[in-house]
Design a protein around this ligand. Structure first.
Ligand code: PKZ
Length: 236
């Protein structure tokens, strides 16, 4: 099952809004999410810290991958990989601190198993949607017993950013507007349901809500603007 989802994922191009790479010439989006070489380190698969709800949601959506309507997205810590090289090559910015880059890894994958961000994302091509199932661990506490607002904002940014990247290629967050409606209990599984609302030139408008696993409680709502990066343009 895992293999069939990964195979479908590899057919995704650099994005609907952008040009798809020619066959046999994988584009950057394929490399970020492809499980070809790194599957042993895939952090989006269940581990013992996942609670019952997170496992159930994962299993439900892996089943939905079987008919090709949804795609499971592998996820890695991106320690000094091709992905970050793609990014630095794209923006051609000599001022990037290479000394730190050698130690860099993806923020949301930098905690030990169960302590920080445990999550998995699935993507629906026809509906333009990315869904993230997320369980915040004990190191992400804000108010006692609840998830820190910055932690949920991080996962919202990551989910919306993934939606935007699938749509157009490499993007950065230009703005992110969040309404916190209810606090999220630490250790509970939540569903971040995002969609691309509109693409205007390099601007990608995306939105999401965050609900409890049973969908009864709406915790958070957000809208965001991502900008597709212009090759060769310095950002600093
Ligand atoms: C990447 C490889 C990793 C691979 C691994 C994969 C990992 C799996 C994925 C996880 C996903 C993570 C997602 C996290 C994503 C971040 O965390 S990004 C970090 C936070 N964001 C930043 O640091 C961005 C800082 N800002 C900037 O660098 C620049 O302002 C931007 C956003 C790149 C835009 O700069 P620019 O390309 O020069 O664009 P610019 O020409 O100024 O504006 C273009 C248009 O957008 C409009 N615009 C720009 N900014 C705004 C704004 N704030 N409000 C409204 N309009 C705006 C302009 O008015 C203009 O409009 P038009 O005149 O065309 O109508």
């Amino acid at each position: 099952m895992l293999r069939s989802c990964a195979a479908r994922l590899r057919t995704l191009g650099a994005g609907r809004g952008g040009a798809r790479p020619p066959a046999g010439n994988p584009g950057p989006a394929q490399r970020w999410f492809s499980s070809e070489k790194l599957s042993a380190n895939d952090r989006s698969l269940p581990n013992p810290s996942w609670n019952k709800d997170l496992r159930l949601l994962f299993e439900q959506f892996m089943k939905k991958c079987e008919d090709g309507s949804w795609t499971h997205m592998p996820s890695y810590s991106y320690k000094n990989t091709l992905s970050t090289q793609d990014f630095t090559t794209l923006i051609r910015d000599g001022k990037l601190p290479n000394k730190h880059l050698s130690q860099a890894q993806l923020f949301t994958r930098s905690y030990e198993e169960g302590l920080g961000f445990e999550y998995v994302m699935f993507y629906n091509d026809a509906e333009n949607r990315t869904i993230c199932f997320f369980q915040g661990g004990p190191y992400l506490q804000g108010a006692p017993g609840f998830l820190h607002g910055g932690a949920i904002s991080t996962m919202i940014d990551a989910t919306l950013g993934t939606s935007a990247m699938i749509a157009v290629g490499i993007v950065m967050t230009a703005n992110l507007n969040i309404t916190f409606k209810r606090p999220i209990p630490l250790g509970s599984a939540v569903v971040i349901n995002s969609q691309v609302d509109k693409i205007e030139g390099r601007k990608v408008f995306v939105s999401c809500n965050v609900r409890s696993a049973d969908e009864k409680t709406v915790y958070t709502e957000a809208t965001s603007l991502f900008i597709k990066l212009e090759p060769g343009k310095s950002l600093t």
